[in-house]
Design a protein around this ligand. Structure first.
Ligand code: G3H
Ligand code: 13P
Ligand code: ZN
Length: 330
């Protein structure tokens, strides 16, 4: 058993309470590689922001759970080395799909887990979530649950269409499961293709997607005042990164994300955790494609991973300061 407290990590409880009260959101950045971890830590330290480093099942398969846990431990030590004496770093399991996976993470240094029972029938979602909560709380690990279905297709997360969270279910769900936070569906989705051009309106030459269902969010907030709400699928898909990728040999058609103004607005509500993965993938890929196209004779990975890390760090800082508002909250 490895307890997260021995690694210098924290759970989400206090962090979320402060964020809900303060009208900002904590960034939850996915990581699979050392460079992503370094960029996340550098950005969090420079902006004095708490941060959630999250690991999907796919990340564990790619990089190995033990290695990722030690990267998170290294993240705490690295943050201190960079001049932050008390970093607030959460190691979170993203989209846990079974009790066994959640238990394995809790037993191996994670300070927070998500049990994603959103594709199950309501009563089964409650039963599974409650089982995870009972185990997690013995070790002071916090649990994120999900109600409602997000559209989007990725390695480990797939659904053909979305169903908004039903506000009339949230009190019963939160009370019976004892979960610490709730991911909801209000129109975000996973990946870099969140909307088709046909779903968007052309404004000054820019495709603007339909707005998020703020009415559903506000109805949920009314039912569960002050309860921490989570938004998945919240990458904005910066068009300059898409253009760079396409300019240097990539082929990303109609990549459209969530406008940042909408995430800024959501951050001021009970939404206190915003998940971003695709934007990091885009920032990394754009920098690597550009570097290799401009330096065709280079083959040392450090040469192209350095600008990739810089570009991700720049993106993380932008999200923290200009979108989520979690800077200077340590
Ligand atoms: O929401 C899912 C995250 O973007 C993780 O994606 O399962 O491909 O690692 P992944
Ligand atoms: P994006 O694909 O929009 O980055 O969403 C990531 C996410 O929700 C991780 O759980
Ligand atoms: Zn997600």
């Amino acid at each position: 058993m490895v307890n997260y407290k021995d690694l210098g990590l924290v759970n989400t409880r206090e962090m979320f309470a402060k964020a809900v009260k303060g009208g900002y959101a904590i960034p939850a950045f996915n990581f699979n590689t050392m460079e992503q971890m370094q960029a996340i830590v550098m950005a969090a330290v420079e902006t004095k922001s708490p941060v959630i480093m999250q690991v999907s099942k796919g990340a564990r398969n790619y990089a190995n759970g033990t290695i990722l846990r030690n990267l998170a431990k290294g993240a705490v030590e690295y943050a201190k080395e960079l001049g932050c004496p008390n970093p607030q770093i959460v190691l979170h399991l993203d989209h846990g799909d079974s009790f066994e996976l959640c238990k394995d993470c809790i037993d191996n240094g994670f300070s927070s887990v998500m049990i994603d029972g959103s594709s199950l029938p309501y009563e089964e979602n409650i039963k599974l979530t409650k089982k995870v909560v009972e185990y997690a709380h013995k070790y002071d690990v916090t649990v994120e649950a999900e109600l409602g279905v997000l559209a989007g297709v990725e390695d480990e997360v797939s659904a053909a269409e979305s169903h908004y969270t039903k506000p009339e279910e949230v009190v019963d769900f939160a009370t019976r499961t004892g979960c610490d936070s709730l991911a909801i569906s209000i129109g975000t989705s996973h990946g870099a293709h969140k909307f088709t051009p046909e779903q968007c309106t052309l404004v000054n030459g820019v495709l603007v997607p339909p707005p998020l269902a703020f009415d559903v969010l506000h109805a949920i907030e009314k039912k569960l005042p002050g309860f921490p709400i989570v938004l998945h699928g919240s990458s904005s898909v910066p068009q300059e990164e898409v253009e760079t990728i396409n300019k240097y040999g990539g082929k990303l058609d109609a990549a459209i994300g969530i406008p940042e103004e909408q995430l800024r607005e959501a951050s001021k509500s009970a939404v206190c955790k915003i998940n971003i993965d695709s934007d990091s993938r885009l920032a990394m890929t754009a920098a690597i494609r550009k570097y290799l196209a401009e330096n065709p004779s280079h083959f040392d990975p450090r040469q192209y991973l350095k600008p990739a890390r810089e570009n991700m760090k720049k993106m993380y800082i932008h999200k923290i300061v200009n979108v989520l508002g979690s800077d200077n909250k340590l």
